[in-house]
Design a protein around this ligand. Sequence first.
Ligand SMILES: NC(=O)c1ccc[n+]([C@@H]2O[C@H](COP(=O)([O-])OP(=O)(O)OC[C@H]3O[C@@H](n4cnc5c(N)ncnc54)[C@H](OP(=O)(O)O)[C@@H]3O)[C@@H](O)[C@H]2O)c1
Length: 310
Amino acid sequence: MFGKKKQVSTIDKDQLELIENAQKRIRQKKRLYIHFVIFLIGAVFLILANTVLGIGKEFTIAGVDWFVYAILAWLFLFAYHFFNVFITNKFMGKDWEKQQLDKLVNQQQLRIEKLKQNFLKEETKMAQSQAYNEAKAVESSSEKKNSNELTIIVAAGEKNAIGKDNDLIWHLSDDLKRFKKLTNGHHIIMGRKTFESFPKPLPNRIHIVITRQSDYNVPDGVIVVNSLEDALDAARKDNQPFIIGGGEIYKQSINRVDKLEITRVHSTFEDADTFFPKIDTSIWREVSRTTHDADEKHAHAFSFITYLKK
Ligand SMILES: NC(=O)c1ccc[n+]([C@@H]2O[C@H](COP(=O)([O-])OP(=O)(O)OC[C@H]3O[C@@H](n4cnc5c(N)ncnc54)[C@H](OP(=O)(O)O)[C@@H]3O)[C@@H](O)[C@H]2O)c1
């Protein structure tokens, strides 16, 4: 407790290094000074040894006394020593090395910083394009969800007859049941004449009636439009709107639909006045067929045939 307090150095590492460096420089300069003094004394001694004491008096090189060469050689050594202390040490000493090192480190740091920024830019670009692609994927998937499968549903005889005097030519209860089942809950698009062939609107379906008349009256809930385009637009939120006839509307829409639900009635009806367009098998491929024979409830045999666009 009362012992000698240990001295804690307040000099930091850099300061210590500076002090050591200064001491080293002093020692270097001191040695150079001593070298200079010795050189002067040595040179005088060599001159005296030759001229006064006659040492090597006879020895000359190219007519010049040997001591001149000895002094010149020594002078050269001294010059080298001087150069080391004041030139080499200044330019290539520890300080110089440290400066070069700092320079290199700074350059490397700048390059690293640049690389980092480029990397960040690239990363941002990649993230943006990823987000863009994801948004596109979501968009296209929601577009797909919204896209609807526009379908024609029709019952047609072997020669494509579908009606006479604004009415059907047959009564096939299983066909009516199928019509009801398929169209239930959907939009049904029809021409004005077909609409008028119904005693009243069909339950649980949204009727869209196409007419050129501007003041056509319909019961509540029935939508009236003046073109096929407007009819399709009115049904755009339905994933499967149906075009249910008649002849004029089928003709105008067959090239626009994705699917045909045909009830092919296996008979010919010569007195029909309305017809379904011919199905072009280079455009349509049959994907399913169910055949139904004639029976007590069905005067004609018929087949349910589904076509999809090729
Ligand atoms: N077998 C089956 O599956 C089936 C199904 C449905 C109907 N059918 C039969 O088909 C017959 C009816 O067919 P249809 O060809 O005579 O008549 P429709 O196609 O039902 O209706 C024709 C009417 O639709 C309107 N229209 C047509 N194209 C239009 C357009 N581009 N822009 C605006 N309005 C347009 C016009 O109404 P305005 O005159 O008021 O302008 C035109 O008179 C009936 O016999 C019916 O029983 C059969």
